[in-house]
Design a protein. Structure first.
Ligand SMILES: Nc1ncnc2c1ncn2[C@@H]1O[C@H](COP(=O)(O)OP(=O)(O)OP(=O)(O)O)[C@@H](O)[C@H]1O
Ligand SMILES: [Mg+2]
Length: 331
């Protein structure tokens, strides 16, 4: 854990070179995303709380994990939804013990907010905009005061590395407008979009263990051999997944998670069907089957259009494998 780098109002007394080295180590755990990692690191090491706004699968958790691992502090996850009451966030008294012993600090079971404050960790709230108003207000107080008062427990002070990091999906039905002005005014914001195709291919190679040295550092791309089945699968998985995001009948397409799973499923199907060359004539059919499993549940079609995820995938597949087969051809 860093000394100054993690404390509120950091910087003083800390060598710039040391901060740069830590930044370097954090970047090596994340593929691409140099700018987002740098901005997020600057915000949290300045002692600030943060909102990461971006669609699913765009490295938000990956970036925060890299930072908390480098700092050696815990991260507490919590999902923002209508059931997230202030008591769930803060903690509660164990009812059985309360009956026997009455209320005390000893029978208080801390919630993720109190855990994060006492252990100096990051409290990571996904889909913050879905949390009820009173829960957000509790959070605002903890952020503002870096302390909270818990009835029958007392005042709980946060360690200096405590941060609130929230995430939000801009395509969320519930909308981002639901966040009150007072929340917005207390959070710094980084907008994150989808990775580019090259970064997505590196992520798929790493996570699916295809075409890359599994022991390689996430930051290092081994330069995959385009003539292998594995590399054809990676290219097709990334291209078809990306096509789900721009298809006119789709409200929200698949994240890179769909590409990772499609690639892994395609690789297993190839084994099951005894296919090991990228030019095998059975490959296009195999890849279509993998797409239906890996992608059909991950795309949300526009309700106003009469179509299905399967039909959208068929169109995407035809576009890549029949209309422009040169794009999909090996090599
Ligand atoms: N930059 C990256 N480097 C390495 N792996 C990544 C990167 N981005 C995403 N991944 C991989 O893709 C998957 C999704 O990434 P991640 O969990 O960071 O997304 P997220 O933005 O937190 O998504 P959500 O909003 O759904 O929580 C993970 O399996 C992760 O390993
Ligand atoms: Mg996440």
């Amino acid at each position: 854990m860093p000394g100054a780098g993690a404390s509120a109002g950091a910087g003083a007394g800390r060598e710039a070179g040391e901060a740069a080295l830590a930044g370097e180590r954090i970047r090596s755990r994340v593929i691409g995303r140099e700018r987002e990692v740098e901005l997020a690191l600057a915000a949290v090491s300045a002692g600030r709380d943060l909102l990461l706004e971006g669609p699913p699968g765009t490295s938000k958790t990956t970036i925060l994990k890299a930072i908390t691992q480098e700092w050696g502090i815990p991260m507490f996850f919590i999902e923002g939804n209508a059931d997230l009451t202030p008591a769930k966030l803060v903690g509660h008294h164990n009812p059985a013990q309360v009956l026997r012993e009455d209320y005390s600090a000893e029978n208080f079971v801390p919630g993720p907010l109190v855990d994060a404050m006492q252990q100096g960790g990051f409290l990571y709230i996904e889909e913050l905009n879905r949390a009820p108003e009173d829960t957000m207000n509790t959070l605002l107080m903890a952020m503002g005061d870096r302390a909270i008062s818990v009835p029958r427990v007392g005042r709980i002070e946060a360690l200096p590395t405590f941060r609130v990091v929230a995430s939000m999906n801009p395509y969320d039905n519930i909308g981002t407008a639901r966040l009150s002005q007072s929340i917005h005014d207390r959070l710094n914001r980084i907008v994150i979009g989808y990775q580019d195709a090259e970064a997505e291919a590196r992520i798929v190679r790493l996570r699916a263990g295809l075409g890359a040295d599994p022991g390689a550092e996430p930051g290092a791309d081994p330069g995959a051999d385009p003539a292998t089945l594995g590399e054809r699968i990676v290219g097709d998985a990334v291209a078809t997944t990306r096509a789900t995001r721009t298809h006119p009948d789709v409200r929200q397409g698949s994240s890179v998670r769909g590409a990772i799973d499609t690639a892994m499923i395609a690789e297993r199907l190839a084994e099951l069907r005894g296919i090991d060359a990228p030019g095998d004539e059975r490959y296009p059919e195999l890849f279509y089957d993998a797409m239906t499993v890996g992608l059909s549940g991950r795309i949300h079609v526009d309700e106003a259009v009469e179509t299905t995820p399967e039909r959208v995938l068929r169109e995407i597949w035809e576009d890549r494998f029949i209309l422009q087969p040169s794009a999909a051809a090996p090599g």
